[in-house]
Design a protein around this ligand. Structure first.
Ligand SMILES: O=C(O)CCC(=O)C(=O)O
Length: 291
């Protein structure tokens, strides 16, 4: 369970890391499923509904960058959402009624796992209020050398930055065009089974994994049930099928939050990695991938 100090830290800094959210048995079962999914990427030639592929992927040498919506791919990825620690944290940080917005598994394989440029999740999915966060469940031990998620503390209280390039959404901030000191970024590290919780408006990103250890991060985006999306609403039935606990509502809570719409849509659709391929200037270096 998390303490009042940890809750206060999240409110002030915009993130908190909590140890031992899930245990070794569930981690091992998740790993088996990921290994099977990676093996099934053999023969896949392009991004699809399940796989986002590394630029150096080939059908005979499969390199998966992301598994999309893992909670829909295998039940094992829904189990973590029932962890009592995780539910306790969500109740304390978001409230009694919580809906899953989405999920993704960033694989960040040893030696070549791609970087993610600086961004705010809020730029992708603005809602009527910002009681929304992403959980980053660490499936491996995460240390400074294997591409941890980096956060800029306190930025969740600031503006929504421009995530456009050439007049279209591109899912990344231009690091040369904003007044932020990226050297102040903090790495979210921990042993496997730990999780970071970061506010939807917090600026974050991560470097390429050039180490020889994997850094798999399973991300769940969770929103207060009365936060209604301003983009990509499907149907009420689908929306409410994602309730994690508590009750849904048809009365959105509207608060004074800075919004920029992710429109016109990104030229390269499919994932943040694809969106960000259109960014003007990159912050994170991409080293030639080892074979
Ligand atoms: O995998 C990471 O380190 C960053 C994840 C992230 O911010 C994202 O995929 O939106």
């Amino acid at each position: 369970m998390i303490s009042a100090e940890q809750v206060a830290f999240y409110r002030e800094q915009g993130y908190v890391v909590v140890d031992d959210v899930i245990g070794p048995e569930l981690l091992a079962r998740m790993q088996r499923v990921i290994d099977e999914l990676t093996d099934k990427a053999r023969g896949v030639t392009e991004h699809n509904d399940v796989y986002d592929l590394e630029p150096t992927h080939t059908p005979s040498n499969p390199r998966v960058r992301r598994i999309k919506k893992p909670h829909l791919v295998d039940a094992v990825f829904r189990e973590a959402l029932k962890s009592p620690v995780l539910v306790d944290v969500l109740r304390k940080l978001i409230g009694p009624d919580v809906r899953l917005h989405g999920s993704k598994l960033n694989v960040k394989a040893p030696r070549y796992g791609s970087p993610v440029e600086w961004h705010q999740d809020w730029a992708f999915y603005p809602h009527t209020n910002d009681d929304i966060l992403a959980i980053g469940l660490m499936l491996d031990d995460v240390a400074p050398e294997n591409g941890p998620m980096l956060v800029l503390p306190g930025t969740h209280k600031g503006p929504t930055y421009d995530h456009h390039s050439e007049g279209r959404f591109c899912g990344a901030m231009d690091p040369t065009a904003c007044d932020l000191d990226f050297s102040k970024a903090v790495a979210c590290t921990g042993r496997a089974g730990s999780a970071s919780f970061h506010h939807v408006r917090l600026v974050h990103g991560s470097a390429q994994n050039t180490s020889d250890r994997p850094r798999q991060l399973l991300l769940y985006e969770c929103a207060a049930a009365d936060a209604w999306p301003l983009v990509n609403f499907t149907t009420l039935e689908e929306f409410d099928s994602r309730m994690m606990f508590g009750s849904p509502t048809i009365q959105p809570r509207v608060t004074d939050v800075p919004i920029r719409m992710p429109l016109p849509p990104a030229l390269n659709q499919g994932s943040i990695y694809e969106n960000q391929s259109a960014v003007r200037s990159r912050y994170f270096e991409v080293k030639a991938a080892a074979t």
